[in-house]
Design a protein. Structure first.
Lengths: 397, 92
Protein backbone atom coordinates (compact mmCIF):
# COMPACT_ATOMS: atom_id res chain seq x y z
CA UNK A 1 0.00 0.00 0.00
CA UNK A 2 2.81 2.46 0.84
CA UNK A 3 4.42 1.92 -2.56
CA UNK A 4 1.05 2.45 -4.25
CA UNK A 5 0.60 5.71 -2.34
CA UNK A 6 4.08 6.94 -3.32
CA UNK A 7 3.35 6.08 -6.97
CA UNK A 8 0.00 7.90 -6.69
CA UNK A 9 1.72 11.03 -5.33
CA UNK A 10 4.31 10.91 -8.10
CA UNK A 11 1.69 10.42 -10.84
CA UNK A 12 -0.48 13.15 -9.32
CA UNK A 13 2.41 15.63 -9.56
CA UNK A 14 3.19 14.54 -13.14
CA UNK A 15 -0.45 15.01 -14.20
CA UNK A 16 -0.57 18.38 -12.43
CA UNK A 17 2.05 19.58 -14.93
CA UNK A 18 -0.57 19.01 -17.63
CA UNK A 19 -3.54 20.42 -15.69
CA UNK A 20 -1.55 23.31 -14.23
CA UNK A 21 0.55 24.43 -17.18
CA UNK A 22 -1.86 23.94 -20.09
CA UNK A 23 -4.69 26.50 -19.91
CA UNK A 24 -8.13 24.96 -20.09
CA UNK A 25 -7.09 21.46 -19.00
CA UNK A 26 -8.71 21.29 -15.59
CA UNK A 27 -8.14 18.72 -12.83
CA UNK A 28 -11.87 17.96 -13.10
CA UNK A 29 -11.27 16.59 -16.60
CA UNK A 30 -8.75 14.01 -15.33
CA UNK A 31 -10.86 13.26 -12.22
CA UNK A 32 -13.97 12.66 -14.36
CA UNK A 33 -12.04 10.27 -16.58
CA UNK A 34 -10.86 8.43 -13.47
CA UNK A 35 -14.44 8.13 -12.19
CA UNK A 36 -15.82 6.83 -15.46
CA UNK A 37 -12.96 4.28 -15.58
CA UNK A 38 -13.16 3.38 -11.89
CA UNK A 39 -13.78 -0.38 -12.28
CA UNK A 40 -10.72 -0.56 -14.56
CA UNK A 41 -8.43 1.22 -12.07
CA UNK A 42 -9.81 -0.72 -9.09
CA UNK A 43 -8.58 -3.85 -10.86
CA UNK A 44 -5.03 -2.61 -10.20
CA UNK A 45 -5.24 -0.87 -6.88
CA UNK A 46 -7.38 -0.08 -3.83
CA UNK A 47 -9.54 3.09 -3.71
CA UNK A 48 -7.27 5.07 -1.35
CA UNK A 49 -4.26 5.45 -3.73
CA UNK A 50 -6.73 6.82 -6.32
CA UNK A 51 -7.85 9.38 -3.71
CA UNK A 52 -4.22 10.29 -3.09
CA UNK A 53 -3.66 10.69 -6.83
CA UNK A 54 -6.53 13.23 -7.02
CA UNK A 55 -5.32 15.07 -3.89
CA UNK A 56 -1.72 15.29 -5.18
CA UNK A 57 -2.79 16.42 -8.64
CA UNK A 58 -5.19 19.04 -7.25
CA UNK A 59 -2.78 20.57 -4.71
CA UNK A 60 0.18 20.64 -7.11
CA UNK A 61 -2.06 22.19 -9.80
CA UNK A 62 -2.92 25.10 -7.48
CA UNK A 63 0.80 26.01 -7.51
CA UNK A 64 1.47 25.43 -11.22
CA UNK A 65 -1.68 27.37 -12.23
CA UNK A 66 0.15 30.60 -11.34
CA UNK A 67 2.55 30.12 -14.28
CA UNK A 68 0.06 30.39 -17.21
CA UNK A 69 -1.86 33.05 -15.25
CA UNK A 70 1.26 35.23 -15.05
CA UNK A 71 3.02 34.55 -18.35
CA UNK A 72 0.03 33.97 -20.63
CA UNK A 73 -2.76 35.86 -18.91
CA UNK A 74 -4.81 32.65 -19.01
CA UNK A 75 -6.79 32.36 -15.76
CA UNK A 76 -9.06 29.78 -14.20
CA UNK A 77 -11.95 30.40 -11.79
CA UNK A 78 -9.70 30.87 -8.77
CA UNK A 79 -6.81 32.79 -10.33
CA UNK A 80 -8.92 35.19 -12.43
CA UNK A 81 -8.54 38.06 -9.98
CA UNK A 82 -4.78 37.68 -9.65
CA UNK A 83 -4.24 37.99 -13.41
CA UNK A 84 -4.04 41.80 -13.37
CA UNK A 85 -1.44 42.24 -10.59
CA UNK A 86 0.53 39.27 -11.94
CA UNK A 87 0.52 40.69 -15.47
CA UNK A 88 1.58 44.12 -14.20
CA UNK A 89 4.56 42.52 -12.46
CA UNK A 90 5.40 40.60 -15.67
CA UNK A 91 5.44 43.88 -17.62
CA UNK A 92 7.79 45.37 -15.04
CA UNK A 93 10.19 42.41 -15.27
CA UNK A 94 9.06 40.77 -12.03
CA UNK A 95 7.18 37.67 -13.21
CA UNK A 96 9.32 35.46 -10.96
CA UNK A 97 8.37 37.60 -7.97
CA UNK A 98 4.65 37.37 -8.90
CA UNK A 99 4.82 33.57 -9.13
CA UNK A 100 6.94 33.28 -5.98
CA UNK A 101 4.47 35.40 -3.97
CA UNK A 102 1.47 33.34 -5.16
CA UNK A 103 3.37 30.12 -4.41
CA UNK A 104 4.53 31.18 -0.97
CA UNK A 105 0.90 32.08 -0.27
CA UNK A 106 -0.20 28.65 -1.46
CA UNK A 107 2.40 27.02 0.80
CA UNK A 108 1.17 29.02 3.81
CA UNK A 109 -2.38 28.04 2.83
CA UNK A 110 -1.46 24.35 3.06
CA UNK A 111 -0.13 24.87 6.58
CA UNK A 112 -3.27 26.81 7.55
CA UNK A 113 -5.42 23.84 6.46
CA UNK A 114 -3.86 21.98 9.43
CA UNK A 115 -4.96 24.79 11.77
CA UNK A 116 -8.50 25.11 10.41
CA UNK A 117 -9.42 21.42 9.97
CA UNK A 118 -9.72 20.59 13.73
CA UNK A 119 -11.84 23.74 14.25
CA UNK A 120 -14.17 22.75 11.42
CA UNK A 121 -14.37 19.17 12.69
CA UNK A 122 -15.84 20.39 15.98
CA UNK A 123 -18.05 23.21 14.72
CA UNK A 124 -19.16 22.59 11.16
CA UNK A 125 -22.06 20.21 11.76
CA UNK A 126 -23.63 22.75 14.13
CA UNK A 127 -23.26 25.90 12.02
CA UNK A 128 -23.67 24.53 8.49
CA UNK A 129 -27.53 24.43 8.30
CA UNK A 130 -27.72 28.09 9.46
CA UNK A 131 -25.16 29.33 6.95
CA UNK A 132 -26.68 27.28 4.13
CA UNK A 133 -30.01 29.11 4.63
CA UNK A 134 -28.23 32.46 4.81
CA UNK A 135 -26.27 31.81 1.61
CA UNK A 136 -28.05 34.22 -0.77
CA UNK A 137 -27.82 37.07 1.75
CA UNK A 138 -24.15 36.40 2.44
CA UNK A 139 -23.55 36.56 -1.33
CA UNK A 140 -25.67 39.72 -1.58
CA UNK A 141 -23.44 41.47 0.98
CA UNK A 142 -20.36 40.29 -0.92
CA UNK A 143 -21.79 42.05 -4.00
CA UNK A 144 -22.31 45.23 -1.95
CA UNK A 145 -18.71 44.96 -0.66
CA UNK A 146 -17.49 44.47 -4.21
CA UNK A 147 -19.23 47.59 -5.51
CA UNK A 148 -18.60 49.80 -2.47
CA UNK A 149 -15.58 52.04 -2.66
CA UNK A 150 -15.34 52.00 -6.46
CA UNK A 151 -14.74 55.41 -8.06
CA UNK A 152 -17.71 55.44 -10.43
CA UNK A 153 -20.50 53.69 -8.51
CA UNK A 154 -23.21 53.97 -11.19
CA UNK A 155 -21.02 52.60 -13.99
CA UNK A 156 -19.77 49.87 -11.63
CA UNK A 157 -23.36 48.80 -10.84
CA UNK A 158 -24.19 48.82 -14.57
CA UNK A 159 -21.21 46.59 -15.41
CA UNK A 160 -21.89 44.31 -12.44
CA UNK A 161 -25.49 43.85 -13.64
CA UNK A 162 -24.44 43.29 -17.27
CA UNK A 163 -21.92 40.66 -16.15
CA UNK A 164 -24.70 39.01 -14.12
CA UNK A 165 -26.94 38.76 -17.19
CA UNK A 166 -23.97 37.43 -19.15
CA UNK A 167 -23.38 34.77 -16.46
CA UNK A 168 -27.04 33.70 -16.38
CA UNK A 169 -27.16 33.31 -20.17
CA UNK A 170 -23.81 31.48 -20.42
CA UNK A 171 -24.47 29.06 -17.56
CA UNK A 172 -27.87 28.17 -19.01
CA UNK A 173 -26.31 27.03 -22.28
CA UNK A 174 -25.08 23.81 -20.60
CA UNK A 175 -21.89 23.74 -22.66
CA UNK A 176 -18.85 21.72 -21.55
CA UNK A 177 -16.78 23.64 -18.97
CA UNK A 178 -18.68 26.96 -19.29
CA UNK A 179 -16.23 28.79 -17.03
CA UNK A 180 -13.44 28.25 -19.57
CA UNK A 181 -14.83 30.61 -22.26
CA UNK A 182 -16.39 32.94 -19.67
CA UNK A 183 -13.27 33.64 -17.62
CA UNK A 184 -10.79 33.31 -20.49
CA UNK A 185 -12.60 36.09 -22.34
CA UNK A 186 -13.35 38.35 -19.39
CA UNK A 187 -9.91 38.25 -17.79
CA UNK A 188 -7.53 36.59 -20.28
CA UNK A 189 -8.02 37.40 -23.96
CA UNK A 190 -9.46 40.90 -23.34
CA UNK A 191 -6.36 41.74 -21.28
CA UNK A 192 -4.05 40.38 -23.98
CA UNK A 193 -5.81 42.40 -26.73
CA UNK A 194 -5.55 45.50 -24.55
CA UNK A 195 -1.82 44.88 -23.99
CA UNK A 196 -1.24 44.44 -27.74
CA UNK A 197 -3.06 47.75 -28.42
CA UNK A 198 -0.99 49.45 -25.74
CA UNK A 199 2.13 48.03 -27.48
CA UNK A 200 3.36 46.48 -24.22
CA UNK A 201 6.89 45.07 -24.22
CA UNK A 202 8.04 42.31 -21.89
CA UNK A 203 11.30 43.44 -20.30
CA UNK A 204 14.12 41.13 -19.21
CA UNK A 205 12.78 39.20 -16.23
CA UNK A 206 14.71 39.56 -12.98
CA UNK A 207 15.63 36.31 -11.25
CA UNK A 208 15.96 38.16 -7.93
CA UNK A 209 12.77 37.88 -5.89
CA UNK A 210 11.43 41.04 -4.23
CA UNK A 211 9.84 39.80 -1.06
CA UNK A 212 9.21 41.44 2.30
CA UNK A 213 8.15 39.07 5.09
CA UNK A 214 5.87 41.81 6.48
CA UNK A 215 3.69 41.40 3.38
CA UNK A 216 2.68 37.98 4.69
CA UNK A 217 0.92 39.21 7.85
CA UNK A 218 -2.21 40.91 6.46
CA UNK A 219 -3.10 38.27 3.84
CA UNK A 220 -2.51 35.40 6.29
CA UNK A 221 -4.82 36.87 8.94
CA UNK A 222 -7.52 37.78 6.41
CA UNK A 223 -7.43 34.36 4.73
CA UNK A 224 -7.49 32.55 8.07
CA UNK A 225 -10.69 34.39 9.04
CA UNK A 226 -12.53 34.25 5.72
CA UNK A 227 -11.48 30.98 4.07
CA UNK A 228 -13.13 28.56 6.52
CA UNK A 229 -16.52 30.08 5.64
CA UNK A 230 -15.79 29.83 1.94
CA UNK A 231 -14.65 26.25 2.41
CA UNK A 232 -18.12 25.04 3.31
CA UNK A 233 -20.49 27.67 1.93
CA UNK A 234 -21.75 26.75 -1.51
CA UNK A 235 -21.23 29.42 -4.12
CA UNK A 236 -18.22 31.04 -2.50
CA UNK A 237 -15.04 30.37 -4.45
CA UNK A 238 -11.46 31.59 -4.27
CA UNK A 239 -12.19 34.82 -6.10
CA UNK A 240 -15.09 35.74 -3.83
CA UNK A 241 -13.01 34.92 -0.74
CA UNK A 242 -10.24 37.16 -2.07
CA UNK A 243 -12.73 40.00 -2.61
CA UNK A 244 -14.13 39.75 0.93
CA UNK A 245 -10.69 39.52 2.52
CA UNK A 246 -9.32 42.50 0.60
CA UNK A 247 -12.39 44.61 1.44
CA UNK A 248 -12.38 43.62 5.12
CA UNK A 249 -8.72 44.46 5.63
CA UNK A 250 -8.65 47.57 3.49
CA UNK A 251 -6.35 48.22 0.56
CA UNK A 252 -3.80 45.52 -0.14
CA UNK A 253 -0.82 46.16 -2.35
CA UNK A 254 -0.24 44.01 -5.46
CA UNK A 255 2.15 41.68 -3.66
CA UNK A 256 -0.15 41.13 -0.69
CA UNK A 257 -3.02 40.48 -3.09
CA UNK A 258 -1.06 37.75 -4.87
CA UNK A 259 -0.03 36.16 -1.57
CA UNK A 260 -3.65 36.17 -0.40
CA UNK A 261 -4.94 34.64 -3.62
CA UNK A 262 -2.36 31.86 -3.23
CA UNK A 263 -3.30 31.22 0.42
CA UNK A 264 -7.02 31.15 -0.31
CA UNK A 265 -6.77 28.81 -3.29
CA UNK A 266 -4.89 26.12 -1.36
CA UNK A 267 -7.04 26.54 1.74
CA UNK A 268 -10.19 26.05 -0.34
CA UNK A 269 -8.81 23.04 -2.16
CA UNK A 270 -7.31 21.50 1.02
CA UNK A 271 -10.36 22.13 3.19
CA UNK A 272 -12.70 20.71 0.56
CA UNK A 273 -11.34 17.26 1.48
CA UNK A 274 -11.88 17.89 5.21
CA UNK A 275 -15.39 19.27 4.56
CA UNK A 276 -16.23 16.18 2.51
CA UNK A 277 -15.33 14.04 5.53
CA UNK A 278 -17.11 16.26 8.09
CA UNK A 279 -20.46 17.04 6.42
CA UNK A 280 -20.30 14.91 3.27
CA UNK A 281 -20.47 17.93 0.94
CA UNK A 282 -18.11 18.29 -2.00
CA UNK A 283 -17.05 21.89 -2.58
CA UNK A 284 -14.58 21.23 -5.40
CA UNK A 285 -14.56 18.92 -8.41
CA UNK A 286 -11.72 16.97 -6.81
CA UNK A 287 -13.70 16.39 -3.59
CA UNK A 288 -16.72 15.38 -5.70
CA UNK A 289 -14.57 12.80 -7.50
CA UNK A 290 -13.28 11.44 -4.18
CA UNK A 291 -16.85 11.17 -2.89
CA UNK A 292 -17.57 8.84 -5.83
CA UNK A 293 -14.52 6.66 -5.06
CA UNK A 294 -14.71 6.01 -1.32
CA UNK A 295 -16.04 7.14 2.06
CA UNK A 296 -13.24 8.98 3.89
CA UNK A 297 -12.41 8.14 7.51
CA UNK A 298 -10.69 10.36 10.09
CA UNK A 299 -7.45 8.39 9.58
CA UNK A 300 -7.69 9.01 5.83
CA UNK A 301 -8.07 12.76 6.39
CA UNK A 302 -4.95 12.98 8.56
CA UNK A 303 -2.99 11.05 5.95
CA UNK A 304 -4.35 13.29 3.18
CA UNK A 305 -3.32 16.41 5.13
CA UNK A 306 0.18 15.04 5.63
CA UNK A 307 0.50 14.14 1.94
CA UNK A 308 -0.80 17.60 0.99
CA UNK A 309 2.11 19.12 2.89
CA UNK A 310 4.64 16.96 0.99
CA UNK A 311 3.00 17.71 -2.38
CA UNK A 312 2.78 21.45 -1.60
CA UNK A 313 6.52 21.55 -0.84
CA UNK A 314 7.32 19.75 -4.11
CA UNK A 315 4.81 21.96 -5.97
CA UNK A 316 6.43 25.11 -4.56
CA UNK A 317 9.93 24.21 -5.78
CA UNK A 318 8.66 22.79 -9.09
CA UNK A 319 6.76 26.03 -9.79
CA UNK A 320 9.81 28.11 -8.92
CA UNK A 321 12.04 26.00 -11.19
CA UNK A 322 9.67 26.16 -14.19
CA UNK A 323 9.03 29.87 -13.65
CA UNK A 324 12.77 30.69 -13.80
CA UNK A 325 13.24 28.50 -16.89
CA UNK A 326 10.39 30.24 -18.75
CA UNK A 327 11.40 33.75 -17.68
CA UNK A 328 14.95 33.15 -18.97
CA UNK A 329 13.59 32.62 -22.48
CA UNK A 330 10.60 34.96 -22.60
CA UNK A 331 12.68 37.83 -24.01
CA UNK A 332 13.80 35.79 -26.97
CA UNK A 333 10.28 35.96 -28.35
CA UNK A 334 8.16 38.83 -29.59
CA UNK A 335 5.44 39.62 -27.01
CA UNK A 336 2.90 40.59 -29.67
CA UNK A 337 3.44 37.28 -31.46
CA UNK A 338 3.25 35.36 -28.17
CA UNK A 339 0.02 37.15 -27.21
CA UNK A 340 -1.53 36.45 -30.61
CA UNK A 341 -0.45 32.79 -30.42
CA UNK A 342 -1.98 32.50 -26.93
CA UNK A 343 -5.23 34.10 -28.14
CA UNK A 344 -5.42 31.63 -31.07
CA UNK A 345 -4.54 28.69 -28.78
CA UNK A 346 -7.18 29.63 -26.20
CA UNK A 347 -9.81 30.17 -28.90
CA UNK A 348 -9.09 26.75 -30.42
CA UNK A 349 -9.17 25.15 -26.96
CA UNK A 350 -12.58 26.71 -26.25
CA UNK A 351 -13.90 25.52 -29.63
CA UNK A 352 -12.68 21.96 -28.96
CA UNK A 353 -13.88 21.72 -25.35
CA UNK A 354 -16.99 23.93 -25.31
CA UNK A 355 -18.00 23.82 -28.99
CA UNK A 356 -19.46 26.57 -31.17
CA UNK A 357 -21.69 27.95 -28.42
CA UNK A 358 -18.61 28.14 -26.20
CA UNK A 359 -16.95 30.21 -28.93
CA UNK A 360 -19.87 32.67 -28.90
CA UNK A 361 -19.58 32.91 -25.10
CA UNK A 362 -15.85 33.59 -25.55
CA UNK A 363 -16.51 36.42 -28.05
CA UNK A 364 -19.10 38.04 -25.78
CA UNK A 365 -16.95 37.68 -22.65
CA UNK A 366 -13.97 39.22 -24.49
CA UNK A 367 -16.15 42.15 -25.62
CA UNK A 368 -17.40 42.62 -22.05
CA UNK A 369 -13.84 42.50 -20.65
CA UNK A 370 -12.64 45.04 -23.23
CA UNK A 371 -15.63 47.36 -22.65
CA UNK A 372 -14.95 47.27 -18.91
CA UNK A 373 -11.30 48.12 -19.54
CA UNK A 374 -12.13 50.97 -21.97
CA UNK A 375 -14.51 52.51 -19.42
CA UNK A 376 -11.78 52.27 -16.76
CA UNK A 377 -13.79 50.01 -14.44
CA UNK A 378 -11.92 47.50 -12.27
CA UNK A 379 -12.29 44.05 -13.85
CA UNK A 380 -12.93 42.29 -10.53
CA UNK A 381 -16.46 43.67 -10.79
CA UNK A 382 -17.10 41.21 -13.64
CA UNK A 383 -17.19 38.40 -11.05
CA UNK A 384 -20.87 39.35 -11.04
CA UNK A 385 -21.11 36.75 -13.82
CA UNK A 386 -20.75 34.07 -11.14
CA UNK A 387 -22.13 35.88 -8.09
CA UNK A 388 -25.52 36.88 -9.54
CA UNK A 389 -26.41 33.42 -10.96
CA UNK A 390 -25.33 31.83 -7.64
CA UNK A 391 -27.55 34.21 -5.62
CA UNK A 392 -30.51 33.43 -7.89
CA UNK A 393 -29.82 29.68 -7.57
CA UNK A 394 -29.86 29.76 -3.77
CA UNK A 395 -32.82 32.11 -3.30
CA UNK A 396 -35.62 30.20 -1.57
CA UNK A 397 -38.24 31.23 -4.16
CA UNK B 1 -19.18 57.06 -31.93
CA UNK B 2 -16.62 56.39 -29.23
CA UNK B 3 -14.88 52.99 -29.18
CA UNK B 4 -16.19 52.12 -25.71
CA UNK B 5 -19.80 52.78 -26.76
CA UNK B 6 -19.44 50.53 -29.81
CA UNK B 7 -18.02 47.79 -27.56
CA UNK B 8 -20.85 48.24 -25.06
CA UNK B 9 -23.50 47.94 -27.79
CA UNK B 10 -21.77 44.84 -29.22
CA UNK B 11 -21.61 43.29 -25.72
CA UNK B 12 -25.32 43.86 -25.10
CA UNK B 13 -26.10 42.43 -28.52
CA UNK B 14 -23.94 39.37 -27.74
CA UNK B 15 -25.69 38.77 -24.41
CA UNK B 16 -29.06 38.99 -26.16
CA UNK B 17 -27.89 36.35 -28.67
CA UNK B 18 -26.79 34.12 -25.75
CA UNK B 19 -30.24 34.43 -24.17
CA UNK B 20 -31.86 33.52 -27.48
CA UNK B 21 -29.57 30.47 -27.75
CA UNK B 22 -30.62 29.24 -24.28
CA UNK B 23 -34.14 28.74 -25.64
CA UNK B 24 -32.88 26.24 -28.20
CA UNK B 25 -31.13 23.93 -25.74
CA UNK B 26 -31.77 20.22 -26.13
CA UNK B 27 -31.73 18.12 -22.93
CA UNK B 28 -28.77 15.77 -22.43
CA UNK B 29 -31.30 13.02 -21.76
CA UNK B 30 -34.99 12.55 -21.05
CA UNK B 31 -37.09 9.67 -19.79
CA UNK B 32 -38.95 8.02 -16.95
CA UNK B 33 -37.11 7.61 -13.65
CA UNK B 34 -36.34 4.01 -12.80
CA UNK B 35 -34.42 4.52 -9.55
CA UNK B 36 -33.20 7.39 -7.31
CA UNK B 37 -30.54 6.84 -4.63
CA UNK B 38 -29.15 9.54 -2.32
CA UNK B 39 -26.08 9.96 -0.12
CA UNK B 40 -25.12 13.15 1.80
CA UNK B 41 -22.82 14.19 -1.06
CA UNK B 42 -24.77 13.14 -4.15
CA UNK B 43 -27.98 11.79 -5.69
CA UNK B 44 -27.86 9.21 -8.45
CA UNK B 45 -30.69 8.82 -10.96
CA UNK B 46 -31.23 5.92 -13.34
CA UNK B 47 -33.71 6.23 -16.20
CA UNK B 48 -35.70 3.40 -17.76
CA UNK B 49 -33.98 1.91 -20.84
CA UNK B 50 -30.94 4.15 -20.37
CA UNK B 51 -27.58 2.78 -19.12
CA UNK B 52 -26.22 6.25 -18.24
CA UNK B 53 -25.80 7.15 -14.57
CA UNK B 54 -26.97 10.70 -13.75
CA UNK B 55 -25.23 12.24 -10.74
CA UNK B 56 -26.40 15.35 -8.90
CA UNK B 57 -23.80 16.73 -6.51
CA UNK B 58 -24.66 18.49 -3.24
CA UNK B 59 -28.39 18.90 -3.90
CA UNK B 60 -30.06 18.31 -0.55
CA UNK B 61 -33.70 18.15 -1.69
CA UNK B 62 -34.88 17.23 -5.16
CA UNK B 63 -38.56 16.92 -5.84
CA UNK B 64 -38.45 13.82 -8.05
CA UNK B 65 -39.50 10.23 -7.56
CA UNK B 66 -39.79 6.93 -9.43
CA UNK B 67 -41.89 7.00 -12.63
CA UNK B 68 -41.59 10.80 -13.04
CA UNK B 69 -40.81 11.93 -16.60
CA UNK B 70 -37.83 14.31 -16.52
CA UNK B 71 -35.54 16.24 -18.84
CA UNK B 72 -31.90 16.31 -17.72
CA UNK B 73 -29.33 18.95 -18.67
CA UNK B 74 -25.73 18.24 -17.77
CA UNK B 75 -22.17 17.38 -18.69
CA UNK B 76 -21.53 13.94 -20.14
CA UNK B 77 -18.36 12.05 -19.18
CA UNK B 78 -17.69 9.01 -21.35
CA UNK B 79 -15.36 6.40 -19.90
CA UNK B 80 -14.29 2.95 -21.07
CA UNK B 81 -16.48 1.25 -18.47
CA UNK B 82 -19.49 3.52 -18.14
CA UNK B 83 -20.93 6.88 -19.07
CA UNK B 84 -22.01 9.32 -16.39
CA UNK B 85 -23.68 12.71 -16.56
CA UNK B 86 -23.06 15.38 -13.93
CA UNK B 87 -26.46 17.03 -13.78
CA UNK B 88 -26.76 20.83 -14.00
CA UNK B 89 -30.52 21.03 -14.06
CA UNK B 90 -33.65 18.89 -14.18
CA UNK B 91 -37.00 19.86 -15.65
CA UNK B 92 -40.17 17.83 -15.16
Amino acid sequence: MIIEIIVAIFLGIIFSMITGLIPGIHTNLISSFLITSLPFFLGFTEPFPLVIFIVSMSISTVFLDFIPTTFLGAPNEDTSLSIQPAHELLLSGKANTAIFLSSIGALIGTILVFVVTPILTFSLNAVYPFFEKMMPWVLFWICVLLIMGEKNTILTIIFFTISGFFGIASLNLYIEQPLLPMLTGLFGISGLIFSINEKSIIPTQETKIEFDKKDLIKPTIASLVISPFCAFLPGLGGSQATIISSKVLGELNRKQFLIMNGIINTILMGLSFSVLFIIGKSRTGSAAAISQITQLTQKDIYLILFIMLIVATVGFFLTKFISVKISNHINDINYKKVSLSVIIFLTLLVCIISGFQGFIVLVVSTLLGLTCQYYGIRKGILMGCLLIPTILYYLPF
Amino acid sequence: MKTERIFLILTLLGITILFILTNFQKPTAEGVIYKVTSTPSSTTILLQDNPIKFIILNEAQIDISKNDFIKIYGTKQIGPNETIVFVNSIKK
